[in-house]
Design a protein around this ligand. Structure first.
Ligand code: CP
Ligand code: NVA
Length: 300
């Protein structure tokens, strides 16, 4: 059966651990020798594009990156036809899309693994790197507490799923209307969470006793029309020194980047000694190499 990764709960907890173990292994078996990986982008990217391309090269393959405008946008041909054609060229296909349903259309007809490189709903490759970074920091994940300050967006949804699967506690502070939905909470419990996450509208309350404090931009790509309204809604939701002081003394600060200093995070935090954002970004490479190895293991 062709495996796909649209979000982390497409994996079992032991498969998730296996990917993190492979990510921690610096060896580079030439599993992709003579093969290509297609990387499709409807939105801008720095980390995802570079880490994915580099990971493909680490395994002896060649990345073929293409943007939506290069294939004629959404009007030239259907995503089903595009996917069926590309399935005959590449070993794996990654896609960054505005609408998660495009990924579902791709998986419905693909003969090769489809990997979500960020959609409006999920960002699993980011969270593989986030879990790897926290595991490297503490040696293990089970029992640790992660706090999310802000929107329950694509990154937060994948992080909450990953935390549930790894036996971590997830706490969240969001403005009213921006937290997890009842369906999100059901999904977290199905993924292994022992109950609903601790939810509040006070950032210091969510950060209390946390081992890691995570946040993300107030307006994601595709939400440009909402910037002013979101800026108003998220006022008071900045991760600043007071929020970090509520966490454990050794707590780390994490952010998928790009970061907006002075909005969701204070400069003193993102550039301070507790910040792990650069190692987190570097781990995108190792995490994607681990994921590629996992997806290719069965076919080598
Ligand atoms: N964190 C992340 O996905 O960054 P890019 O949007 O630059 O790929
Ligand atoms: N939530 C952000 C993450 C960027 C990596 C976005 O979707 O724009």
């Amino acid at each position: 059966m062709t495996r796909h990764l649209l979000d982390l709960d497409d994996l079992s907890p032991s498969e998730l651990t296996r990917i993190l173990d492979l990510a921690d292994d610096p060896s580079r078996p030439p599993l992709l020798a003579g093969q290509t990986v297609g990387l499709y982008f409807e939105k801008p990217s720095l980390r995802t594009r570079h880490s994915c391309e580099t990971a493909v090269v680490h395994l002896g393959g060649h990345p073929v990156t293409f943007r939506a405008d290069e294939i004629g946008g959404s009007g030239r041909e259907s995503m089903t036809d595009i996917t069926r054609v590309l399935s005959g060229y590449h070993a794996i296909l990654g896609a960054r899309v505005f609408d998660h349903r495009v990924l579902e259309e791709m998986t419905a007809c693909s003969q090769i693994p489809i990997v979500n490189l960020l959609s409006d709903r999920a960002h699993p490759c980011q969270v593989l790197a986030d879990l790897l970074t926290m595991r490297q920091e503490w040696g293990s994940l089970a029992g640790a507490t992660v706090a999310w300050i802000g929107d329950f967006n694509n990154v937060a949804r994948s992080l909450a799923l990953g935390a549930a699967m790894a036996g971590m506690h997830f706490r969240i502070a969001s403005p009213v209307g921006f937290g997890p939905s009842p369906a999100d909470i059901d999904r977290l419990i199905l993924a292994g969470a022992s109950g609903p996450p601790f939810m509040t509208d006070r950032p210091v309350e969510a950060a209390a006793g946390a081992d890691a404090v995570h946040t993300d931009v107030w307006s994601s790509m595709g939400q440009e029309d909402e910037i002013a309204a979101r800026r108003a809604a998220f006022e008071g939701f900045q991760v600043d020194a007071a929020v970090m002081a509520a966490a454990t003394a050794k707590a780390v600060f994490m952010h998928c980047l790009p970061a907006h200093r002075g909005e969701e995070v204070a400069t003193v935090v993102v550039d301070g000694p507790q910040s792990r954002v650069i190692v987190q970004a570097h781990n995108r490479l190792h995490a994607f190499r681990g994921l590629l190895r996992f997806l290719l293991e069965g076919t080598a």
